[in-house]
Design a protein around this ligand. Structure first.
Ligand code: KOT
Length: 831
């Protein structure tokens, strides 16, 4: 508003408004213009990288206009906005998604064709935006797609890491991490050098009386780091709505480096401060479901949270509304506990900067925030040493203590004389050293707490937050089962299947209302349809087989059953159960006569996923998979009957190729440990069946698609505790079949057995915490059922079609609508 062009000159502006390309011809013209001007190249110097850059720039120009208009519309409407705070946004590639969402892919394809390029090759040039570890980060990305597609006024806030999740190389069967420098050329971000926030760290607190005798806290001294905004447009599907993802980058406050020091010849320390500042947003922590309590991580969290809140409050203050209206205008969702300091920061702003009273401020704070819990694993629950918080954020620690005091007073009033209750629920854990329990702080500071699948939401209410249900009542807790965006995970990843579905259900409307897939059931018996369905799956497998050949050198037969487990490597996800099962299959095949072997079903076991660099056991699992592959894949007695593949550097764009090519995928966590899982949904939506435990969203998938269409096995979550107890205190004997697998490993069948001692020992000598042995036989039996059922391809394809038809529930659109109605109280903004 401050820099608006005066009324009389606006006509000229309107006349020259940039529209972006509207036809194939105009698209080509824009690409050529960008190659020749923006990139300063020519037709004699235009490789695929340049063509990618120019194509993205041409597309981006189209996005910008709608993006600006959407932001103006939202500001003008002054309606309630959602802010999604997440330390991770696992976006993957943007070009293909942008083309599909704005409906420009056909134009671009034909244009690129005439310019001498294949669109797939151009799409393939793009570097993944990999600012996340796995499910939690990808969920945030799916949510952004749904929020924009459903026309919700919503922004994402995150960190602009210079290095995303590392690239994984497999060298001699071991994981090697390589830095992921992805910002060389990123046409999808817009630096806003004018949008900056100075963020304070360290220092101390002085309390003083103001003119009315009220005590005001002043946070003074310490150091300042500047946050610079980088904005990324998020186009909705088949709507002009284009939302904003704002990522903060850190730099030294007050310019490049210390001139005084520089002029004094102290070059080294003049740049040291700059480097320290830039370190904050330098790298994504590569841990999934694990918190390691590093000071830099806490700095990242506060830096990002403080910049975002300053931005949100600044925007609110422009509307000149009363503070009491803050929660009517703003909903902030905390993606796990990583942004929990936002609760404390908003309370600090309202108290210390805006001068509100505690109760008034706290009411605003708690009505604004919602908290999503994604895990019950104890090692993933964030706790920060009180001393560290005191040092880095002295004022925040005082406020945390006050929040805790008032909270414990409330508990004491409701449950007098229950000392143990106070100890259990205190935000401060009275340990050595004392710790701030971030999940408890998030629960106390939010008006709603949700889990991400039914079982998980029940579990948090009966385990980690049990006391809080008693204190606040069950209404504070709710479930929002995760979902995935069908635009990326069906239409973009599997265009042929999407087209076939559209031809049957009548239109592409199912991409906006996924429940329309149910119409597919009418065609289950349609011969031609089934044939085409099977052909598409086969073609997707052929493509993956080619990729496997080119990256690993191993030839796999696309007619084999493709069995896929791709996700972060973690003991609770039990890739070890899978590979032990593969070994059992191998040993069984080795013991068969040639006649018996002929009757066996060929299978390709495909693994993929990264291990956190410090997670030694996860790295051993990767090594075992690769070692088994090295032996099995060149065993002439086995041939096509079994291949074992480890795909390097699993990421979003690889998932888009792998998911459509699976016949069977594995979701086999120890019951009660996988909060939801989301790849399970992606695989079923792409016409694959799944083998899984009764865990996370597998349970709801079963309910939706029917238990005859899923291969469930293993211990139920309610029995896990007793089994673990029995392992530790009773006698614990390992499954006989699993012992044979261990013998093979230990006799050196797959290389130096020393390497795998820890994995074997975790089951045999330590208490088999993840119940690998308990579930082993039922896993093998269920895999045998898979083999048997796969032979009947007619029946198998029917199951796949019926499952896809019943997957409507798992759209992230449904999920976002549930958040909007049950937690945020926001409505879409008409366009
Ligand atoms: C926890 C700490 C650091 C980094 C990541 C996590 C994390 C990730 N906690 N839960 N997740 C996964 O979130 C997904 C989305 O809700 C779930 O589908 C999945 O089961 C969680 O493991």
């Amino acid at each position: 508003v401050e820099a608006a062009i005066p009324e009389p000159q606006r006509e000229v502006w309107t006349k020259h408004q940039f529209e972006g390309f509207k036809s194939k011809d105009e698209f080509e013209k824009e690409v050529v213009r960008h190659v020749e001007t923006t990139l300063a190249r020519s037709m004699f110097n235009c490789d695929e990288t340049a063509a990618y850059s120019a194509t993205s720039l041409a597309l981006r120009d189209r996005l910008i206009k709608e993006w600006n208009k959407t932001q103006q519309r939202q500001t003008f409407a002054d309606s309630k906005r959602v802010y999604y705070l997440s330390l991770e946004f696992l976006m993957g590639r943007a070009l293909d998604n942008a083309m599909l969402n704005i409906g420009a892919k056909t134009t671009a394809k034909e244009g690129l064709d005439e310019l001498g390029f294949r669109i797939e090759d151009i799409i393939g040039q793009e570097h993944d935006a990999a600012l996340g570890n796995g499910g939690l980060g990808r969920l945030a990305a799916c949510f952004l797609d749904s929020l924009a597609s459903l026309n919700y006024p919503a922004w994402g806030y995150g960190l602009r890491y210079r290095y995303g999740i590392f690239k994984q190389e497999i060298i001699d069967g071991y994981q090697v991490e390589v830095p992921d420098y992805w910002l060389d050329f990123n046409p999808w971000e817009f630096p806003r050098h004018d949008v900056t926030v100075d963020i304070q760290f360290y220092g101390n607190v002085r309390k003083a009386q103001d003119e009315n005798g009220k005590t005001i806290a002043h946070w003074e001294g310490g150091e300042i780091v500047t946050a610079v905004a980088f904005d990324v447009p998020i186009p909705g599907y088949d709507t002009p709505s284009t939302n904003n993802l704002r990522l903060w980058s850190s730099k030294a406050s007050g310019g490049e480096f210390d001139f005084q020091k520089f002029n004094n010849g102290d070059y080294e320390s003049s740049v040291a401060e700059q480097q320290r500042a830039e370190t904050i947003s330098a790298v994504l922590y590569p841990n999934d479901n694990l918190e390691r309590g590093k000071e830099l991580r806490l700095k990242q969290q506060y830096f990002w949270v403080a910049a975002s809140l300053y931005d949100i409050v600044r925007r609110f203050k422009k509307t000149k509304r009363a503070w009491s209206e803050f929660p009517d205008q703003i909903a902030i969702q905390l993606n796990d506990t990583h942004p929990t300091l936002a609760i404390v920061e908003l309370q600090r702003i309202l108290l210390d900067v805006e001068g509100l009273e505690w109760d008034e401020a706290w009411k605003i704070v708690t009505s604004t925030f919602g908290y999503t819990n994604h895990t019950v694993l104890p090692e993933a629950l964030e706790k920060w040493p009180v001393g560290l918080v005191q040092h880095l954020l002295p004022r925040h620690l005082q406020i945390i203590y006050d929040i805790n005091l008032f909270f414990l007073q409330l508990v004491e009033k409701k449950f007098p004389n229950d000392r143990d209750m106070l100890r259990r629920v205190s935000i401060i854990e009275e340990s050595q050293p004392k710790m701030v329990r971030m999940a408890f702080l998030a629960v106390v500071g939010s008006h709603k707490v949700n889990g991400v699948a039914e079982l998980h939401s029940d579990l948090i209410q009966t385990t980690i937050f049990k006391d809080f249900v008693t204190i606040f009542g069950a209404d504070k807790f709710t479930n929002v089962t995760n979902g995935i965006t069908p635009r990326r995970w069906l239409h973009q990843a599997n265009p042929r299947l999407s087209e076939l579905i559209a031809s049957k259900v009548g239109s592409y409307d199912f991409l906006k209302d996924l429940t329309l897939l149910n119409k597919l059931e009418e065609f289950v018996d349609d011969k031609a349809f089934r044939k085409e369905w099977a052909e598409i799956k086969y073609a997707n497998k052929v493509r993956l087989a080619k990729y496997i050949k080119s990256t690993t050198g191993v030839t796999v037969n696309p007619s084999s059953l493709f069995d896929v487990q791709v996700k972060r490597i973690h003991e609770y996800k039990r890739q070890q159960l899978n590979i032990f099962g593969v070994i059992a299959r191998y040993l069984k095949l080795k013991g068969m006569s040639p006649e018996e072997k002929k009757k066996q079903l060929p299978r390709v076991s495909i693994f993929g996923g990264k291990a956190a660099p410090g997670y030694w056991m996860a790295k051993q699992i990767i090594h075992l998979v690769n070692s088994v592959g090295a032996v099995v894949n060149k065993d002439p007695e086995i041939g096509d009957l079994l291949k074992v593949i480890f795909l390097e550097d699993y990421n979003v764009s690889k998932a888009e190729m792998i998911t459509p090519a699976s016949d069977l995928s594995e979701h086999i966590s120890t019951a009660g440990t996988e909060a939801s899982g989301t790849s399970n949904m992606k695989f079923v939506l792409n016409g694959g069946l799944i083998i899984g435990t009764c865990d996370g969203a597998n349970i709801e998938i079963t309910r939706e698609i029917g238990q005859e269409n899923i291969f469930l096995f293993g211990t139920l979550s309610e029995d896990v505790e007793d089994l673990r107890h029995a392992h530790t205190y009773g006698t614990h004997s390992v499954d006989a079949g699993l012992e044979k697998v261990f013998s093979a490993i230990q006799s050196g069948t797959f290389g130096d057995s020393q390497d795998f001692n820890a994995m074997v020992s975790a089951v045999r000598d330590h208490s088999d915490y993840y119940l690998v042995s308990d579930d082993f036989q039922s896993y093998l039996d269920t895999q045998q059922m898979v083999d048997d059922e796969y032979r009947n391809q007619d029946e198998w394809v029917s199951k796949c079609i019926r499952s896809v038809a019943r997957m409507g529930f798992f759209s992230s659109d449904r999920c976002i609508n549930e958040y909007a109605e049950g937690i945020w109280n926001v409505e879409p903004l008409a366009v």
